[in-house]
Design a protein around this ligand. Structure first.
Ligand SMILES: [Zn+2]
Length: 147
């Protein structure tokens, strides 16, 4: 078989969250929300005995589970956005706000999942997430991938 073939698998997960893009010139500077769609692409050195990179359900449980717990039904807010953080802390809520070390654009969210969260979750499994696509709307998405 051709050694140069490259196989990937992709699992889609969804979450609903609010955010505010600090410094945005227009309407995204107002707190608002999206039904985010996340495409998580995985690769491994070798396929397992069954012929998989990783079972789709494991990607959903591991990465989707983290997203559900931390991002679904809350707000992603830049740590420098103290005014919005303080205001939203006054609102009754069942989950904490997610305070990001980045301005929560689709691009930055994709990068953070790719470079920070996924490697921690999949450490030691031999499986690597090599691409994350975040769809904010039907028409708008951002992609982050490893070289
Ligand atoms: Zn938005």
């Amino acid at each position: 078989m051709n050694n140069k073939s490259r196989v990937t698998c992709t699992r889609r997960v969804k979450f609903s969250a609010g955010h505010r893009v600090m410094g945005h010139e227009n309407k995204c500077a107002t707190p608002h929300g999206h039904n985010y769609v996340v495409d998580i692409t995985a690769e491994a050195e070798n396929l397992d005995d069954i012929g998989r990179i990783i079972d789709f359900s494991v990607l959903k449980e591991k990465i989707g589970g983290w997203i559900d717990e931390n991002w679904d039904h809350t707000f992603l807010l830049f740590e420098k956005d103290t005014q919005t953080i303080e205001a939203l802390k006054q609102a009754p809520a069942k989950k904490p706000l997610y305070i990001c070390p980045f301005n929560p654009t689709a691009e930055e969210i994709a990068k953070y999942l790719l470079l920070k969260i996924a490697p921690e979750i999949l450490k030691g499994t031999g499986v690597h997430i090599t691409k994350i696509v975040i769809h904010e709307t039907d028409n708008c998405s951002a992609e982050a991938r490893l070289d």
